[in-house]
Design a protein around this ligand. Sequence first.
Ligand code: ADP
Length: 577
Amino acid sequence: MISMLRLVDRIAVEHKRVWRRAVASSVAGAVIQAIAYLSLFLLIPAVLEQSDDIGWLLMGLVVLLILESIVRLYELSFGYKHAADVISNLRLRLGAKLRTVPAEELSRRQSGDLSTVLAGNARDAALLAGDLGVTFVRLVIIPVALAIGLAFVDWRLLAAVLFGLVVALLGLYRFRSKMSGSVEEMHAADARSASRIVEYVQGLPVFKASGQVGAHADRLVEALEDQGEVLNRTQTSVTAPLALGSSGAHLIVVGLIAMAAALAIDGSMSVATAAAVAVVAVRLGEPLVLAGALTGVIEVTQSALRRIDEVLEIPPLPQPASPSEIEGSEVVFDGVTFSYRDQTVPAIRDMSFTLNEGSLTALVGPSGSGKSTIARTLMRYADPIEGEVRIGGTDIRDVTQSELMKHISAVFQEVYLFDDTILENVRLARPSASDDEVAAVLHAANCESLLERMPQGMHTRVGEVGGMLSGGERQRVAIARALLKDAPIVILDEPTSALDSDSEVAVQDAIDELVRHKTVLVIAHRLSTVARADQILVLEDGRIIQQGRHEELLSADGRYAAMWKAQTAAKRWKITA
Ligand code: ADP
């Protein structure tokens, strides 16, 4: 519980003071309530004896009531007045954070995981944790304060409280140990099924096209079933401890009343005091039962907060203290060795090559040989463990990420389109571009036929037609984006076999348009691309084993020539050996 209050404290940042005041007010409010109830020890005897003090006592109660209301105002101010601000600031901070962390960190996490943190966790955590925190503080402080008061009335009453408390805590302890494991498991299952949903929906066009909507739902259904099962298991396992916890709380009430009755019969306590004990006992047990019932929600909230905290704690990519600018587009890999986190073998090793300004370099090699890793290293997916990547002579670690991204356009096979219009999806490459400019690049990227099918042309939302965009069309939209950005360096992962032949020609034309006069790095899958490249890098196991132009490599009679011979018979340039 304390850790939850602390987590909110960290997340609240600029609202920290309001939050601390809310918690302090909650404590004060609880103490005031306890004092009000404890005043029964004076009030009940006064009523029985018809003493003159009743008036004063009642007035005292009214004062306490007013104080309580004032304190309550502060207590609620965090949840009701500031929570919305805290949430939006939190999301902005999470967003800012995600921009500075290495892309490697992001891809290590499943997309569903991050979206639950950003969308769900952030809201639930800030909203719930705020309200829950102050409520829980109250629910704990009231019984504690009442118990202390009772100890002053007669120390033997404390024995009854302690006995019930031990039982309640035992239940609570069991509950927490069962729950804390399950909550993590539940979150993992939630994240898994969220990722599967994203994956499934994004893949729908392909599944539909290949008539396999049902078959590919298996992974999704499995994840959803697993999610249900985890929830079920958790609920079942915590039922008994929860019941034990609330029995403990009830034991306190019964124990106190029994003890007071015994003391009254014994003559060591007045009947009036015993009556007050009974009333206070009920008031003491009630919050404890409630607190027990809330533990589950608290556990879930706390876990959500922890996940947010984890994202906020990811170390960012080191940023230069005084950033340089990039001039020119010559790319140099100088002795670059890159290793993915948690991998012992580097994915690319001691790699040195130059992409001359305006040249086209094709990367070829079997799957897993390091082609994508080269592309990622150039985009500073994460930093290499040795060597450096320079653009126009500047180490890419000496420039800001946004400066680097200004100089690179990338078109990968998987194209992500936001649920916005086609226009805006393209414009995000250069937000200042006019509608006409976007229309021009869509035209240049061969998107005409695609736009003709859209009810409102480029103003059609992608979400409305998500299933109608083929792989080739999505890729052309991505190329239009890259054209609009007009960066001097282009990284291209050539489409493999997923396209139909019409699409293929259209995409190829669009690509030709994109790479004109640019410094280009292609992960090549096409004979034509490889044959016309200014430079081919043949990769194997993260190393360059051959380098040169097509004719040179063919006559060298090495690995490349062997692959070429084996593959020319096949329709497509696809190196698998
Ligand atoms: P290619 O693009 O030629 O298929 P990659 O660059 O993707 O090759 O992969 C090079 C090596 O790095 C492979 O051994 C692959 O398993 C490994 N690798 C690729 N991506 C990751 C990743 N995200 N995490 C860990 N290892 C990876």
